[in-house]
Design a protein around this ligand. Sequence first.
Ligand code: C5P
Length: 205
Amino acid sequence: MRFTVAIDGPAAAGKGTISKGIAERFGFSHLDTGLLYRAVGRRTLDGTPAAEAAKALKAEELEQGDLRTAEIAQAASKVAVIPEVRSALVDFQRAFAFRAGGAVLDGRDIGTVICPKAEVKLFVTASAKVRAERRFLELKAKGADVTRDQVLTDVKERDARDAQRSTAPMKPAKDASMLDTSSLSIEEALAQAVAIVERKLPTDW
Ligand code: C5P
């Protein structure tokens, strides 16, 4: 049986934590689609043209090195505006979404473009200030040399680019459930997301 959960939203809104929690709770597979764009973005930092990097991308690259740096995040959002890059990554994401046993994908266009028929669509948001603070603490914990202001500027710049691009802009699907995590703990946010999935899960799952 297949069942797809599409989770979209801006940077550091809590998509990753919620996706992992749902995958664990229901035994679904999880794909952080941001890693695909980050892996392509990292290749462009070495001078590889973005479309070429996207077409040649191998699943193993998602596991190699630390893709969650501020520099790679910016490179990812720059390659993500290129239509050839996006189209080269579609098949991999759809194959993942339709695998047996259930799948959770998180990103920016999962509910709108990649899986418009997903059984569950969630759009996770939080204020830019709250999101920047979360990302700042994450980066600091890894020893990165960043300030709160830099992270806030970065997050806002990336959100603007993601929301304003003409191909697959970040936006909620018309039938997405909205989840604002600004004043929720991780446990509260996950509990709300789990309840939404439970309502849609077939009784014989
Ligand atoms: O989610 P994450 O912050 O890792 O994503 C990095 C960048 O990849 C985003 O800022 C966005 O530009 C791009 N992205 C996208 N579509 C997705 C996932 C990520 O455009 N489905």
